[in-house]
Ligand binder design. Structure first.
Ligand SMILES: Cc1cc2nc3c(=O)[nH]c(=O)nc-3n(C[C@H](O)[C@H](O)[C@H](O)COP(=O)(O)OP(=O)(O)OC[C@H]3O[C@@H](n4cnc5c(N)ncnc54)[C@H](O)[C@@H]3O)c2cc1C
Length: 365
């Protein structure tokens, strides 16, 4: 009897608490209609309060760059919030410099729309569009990298700069009950403007990469939006050095194709680093390009070739290979794409070759 009374009391208390929380949520999180003023009255949106600024704008088809899907881990979704943002959150602090803070920059994924807000965003964000694409082709490039070609809807085209990226949306699958989105660099040339090619490496237990690698098939529909990013060719020089690892080949491939197609008079050196031969892909493709274009040099390198690889090319860490193959970089620009560790090490080696930081551009994956 005593046990029954205790169980009953606990149940009553739990249910009462749950009801109180639901009622509180309704009253305190119900912010009603709010107004978002964009660029001093250029656009005024009437929205339902309660969600992040990033997702509220996305629901209105205004897309702010983001690579982590609103988790405050990429720091890309900065926007100037002139009024109505509330206090700065600890989650934003690592991504905002003193200058950012003085200029009212905030991470739009962390700012909740609770009242009227005034924001300033670059005009180019209005050109970012959403596309429901159809997968034309999925190719297994290595044991953990897939290449995808996504066709835009019939009659639609996209304008992007070689080196930029798109955001790809997942659908709920398995234990993943929500849709997320992640950034993926465009691998095709801008002239190929009715499709988007992506190169995606499987991250163990990664939500989006597992979705791409295990759930998607040819002819499936995939939602993407973009283009985003400022990783593109500046070309204020006669020669560039490009270094990539893994799926970091994607934006570099787009830049190379663009330069060759447009006949831009720039010498290109492309260093591609992998561990063993099973991590290499598109070798024939780039060797063929190099054989047919005097201004393009391709240097693949393996850091730990297996005996059965029978590898005759460069061996060593990509930084050592770059150091051996570049003498004077003082008149070059550097373009890097890969893991944060690789980027850091490559910046150091480029500095020793005379390429200053202001001439080095990168996307960290
Ligand atoms: C501008 C930009 C362009 C990008 N372009 C590409 C591209 O062309 N191709 C590509 O494959 N990726 C690219 N990325 C990375 C991509 O956006 C995702 O971060 C990555 O695919 C992992 O997503 P996920 O949802 O599978 O993993 P999540 O579910 O986000 O992460 C799961 C776990 O894995 C860890 N993790 C996340 N990413 C990595 C990683 N790269 N290596 C090791 N551990 C990781 C996380 O810390 C977490 O613990 C790009 C990123 C940026 C910022």
């Amino acid at each position: 009897m005593e046990i029954l009374t205790t169980v009953l009391s606990v149940t009553v208390i739990s249910v009462s608490l749950a009801i109180i929380i639901i009622i509180a949520e309704y009253f305190f999180n119900n912010y009603g209609e709010c107004e978002i003023d964009i660029n001093n009255g250029d656009k005024i949106l009437k929205v339902e309060g309660g969600s992040s600024l990033l997702s509220t704008l996305a629901a209105q088809k205004i897309f702010i760059p983001s690579a982590c899907g609103g988790k405050a881990t990429c720091g890309l979704c900065k926007a100037q919030v002139i009024e109505g943002a509330g206090p700065l959150l600890p989650t934003e602090e690592p991504y905002l410099s003193a200058e950012d803070r003085n200029n009212n920059y905030r991470l739009s994924c962390q700012v909740k729309v609770k009242n009227n807000i005034r924001i300033i965003i670059p005009e180019e964000f209005f050109n970012i569009k959403e596309y429901i694409t159809t997968i034309e082709k999925i190719e297994q490039l290595t044991h953990d990298i897939k290449g995808l070609r996504l066709n835009l809807p019939e009659g639609e085209t996209i304008k992007f700069k070689a080196g930029q990226y798109m955001q790809l949306y997942t659908k709920p699958y398995g234990k993943i009950k929500e849709s997320v989105y992640r950034a993926y660099s465009i691998a095709n040339a801008p002239s190929d403007n009715t499709a988007i090619e992506l190169i995606i490496r499987q991250v163990p237990d990664g939500i989006c990469t597992t979705y791409v690698h295990t759930q998607l098939s040819e002819n499936d529909n995939v939602k993407i939006n973009g283009p985003y990013g400022d990783f593109y060719l500046r070309g204020n020089c006669d020669e560039i050095i490009m270094i990539a690892g893994g799926s970091g080949m994607a934006p570099i491939k787009s830049i190379i194709l663009d330069v060759l197609e447009k006949g831009i008079d720039i010498k290109m050196n492309f260093f591609f680093g992998a561990v063993t031969k099973r991590d290499l892909y598109n070798l024939d493709y780039f060797e063929n390009l190099a054989a047919n274009h005097a201004n393009f040099r391709f240097i693949p390198a393996l850091s730990k070739p297996a005996p059965e690889d029978n590898w005759k090319g460069e061996v060593g860490l990509i930084t050592d290979v770059v150091a051996r193959n570049i003498d004077d970089g003082s008149k070059m620009e550097g373009y890097l794409c890969g893991s944060p560790g690789m980027i850091k090490a490559c910046i150091n080696v480029l500095n020793t070759k005379g390429i200053t930081e202001d001439k080095i551009y990168y996307d960290k994956f």
